[in-house]
Write a protein that binds this ligand. Structure first.
Ligand code: PHE
Length: 347
């Protein structure tokens, strides 16, 4: 009788070992299911405790050897559960995204990029900062006084027709150029001054490959006691050579702006045909890129500067124009319609 019990228990131990092996095969890779397996076998009311209770009924001569077998089974089960748990906590918790199949391609993470206009503005700022210009910003919605009148463009002056203005209300406009900010800064600060003004401007123009109802400019202003046109030329030549390359030449043509006198437009030698003549430069070998001139004394008077004592130069250029030339973009609308196929090319 006693003999039979020992044999029965030994058989049970073998049975449980097999049962445990099949249970571990079907257990899922989650902490919960491994823990419930642990309770089933090692819990206080679990299978192993039940077997230990039966040990009391085994004859004392067989008890120690059967007990050893039972302890061995308990250790085996403990070890297996422990290693299952540590494996799950590593894959489940610490590296949740790692695919089980290391042969599958990884997730593709797209890197964002700066918009080509922002890139161009940053480049312009970098170049002018290197020669002592600071950067200031002004309002995009402004009164007519700052956008026109103080810039020597009185009401009904024909030069106002050059710029198709968006009116917000009577006397309030969307600025048509960054020159408005020249006035704001001079009203607030005493000379000497040297700064650039990047920003958006608005014009009510028909939208086409070449023009859009809003675009960006960078304005420049330098005011000091002795300022010459030669310094203006030198500064702008320095800028274009840094921006487009050392082999670029510049030329100045007389022009007209009400707020500068004399006024000029600057061309650079065509960066595509190097002056030989192509379709971009319309066979002239030159590309127009900015307007500039010596600050008109009438403007200094408006802001309360003594026009005998102070001299200055100013310039203004279109950022889209610079970016289109530098990155060889042939349609200005691409900057504004947010097409990722276009934007992705600037990563
Ligand atoms: N404000 C002029 C424009 O928008 C550019 C300019 C700026 C010209 C400063 C001369 C001096 O066309």
């Amino acid at each position: 009788m006693v003999f039979r019990l020992a044999v029965t228990l030994t058989n049970k131990i073998t049975e449980i070992r097999t049962l445990f092996q099949s249970d571990t095969k079907s257990v899922s890779d989650s902490i919960d299911s491994i823990n419930s397996l642990k309770t089933k076998y090692l819990g206080r009311k679990g299978i192993i405790s039940g077997l230990f209770r039966q040990l009391r009924d085994v004859a004392s001569g067989d008890r120690s050897i059967t007990g050893k077998e039972l302890n061995k089974l308990k250790e085996e089960i403990t070890d297996v559960l422990q290693s299952l748990l540590s494996h799950v906590s590593r894959t489940d918790i610490q590296q949740p995204q790692i695919s089980k199949d290391i042969h599958l391609p990884g997730d593709y993470i797209r890197v964002g990029s700066l918009h080509p206009i922002e890139k161009t503005i940053q480049e312009v700022k970098r170049i002018f900062s290197s020669i002592g210009f600071s950067v200031v910003y002004g309002p995009e919605i402004d009164d007519e006084y700052h956008n026109f009148e103080a810039l020597n463009l009185p009401k009904h002056h024909p030069a106002r027709d050059m710029q198709d203005t968006f009116y917000v209300s009577k006397d309030v406009v969307l600025r048509t150029h960054t020159s408005n900010t020249q006035i704001h800064v001079m009203e607030e600060q005493e000379p000497p001054l040297r700064f650039i003004i990047p920003g958006r401007v608005y014009r009510n123009e028909a939208i086409s490959v070449r023009s859009y109802c809003l675009f960006h400019q960078v304005e420049g202003l330098y005011v000091n006691e002795h300022v010459s046109f030669a310094e203006l030329k030198g500064t702008l030549e320095y800028f274009v050579r840094n921006f487009f390359g050392d082999d670029v030449n510049a030329r100045f043509r007389p022009s007209f702006f009400p707020f500068t006198e004399p006024s000029a437009e600057m061309d650079i030698s065509c960066i595509f045909c190097r002056g030989g003549g192509c379709s971009t430069c319309k066979k002239t070998g030159w590309l127009e890129i900015l307007g500039c001139g010596m600050v008109d004394p009438a403007v200094f008077e408006k802001v309360g500067y003594d026009p005998i004592k102070w001299k200055g130069y100013a310039f203004g250029m279109g950022i889209e124009r610079l970016a289109m030339l530098k990155y060889r973009i042939d349609d200005i609308r691409l900057f504004f319609n947010g097409d990722v196929r276009f934007l992705r090319q600037f990563t």
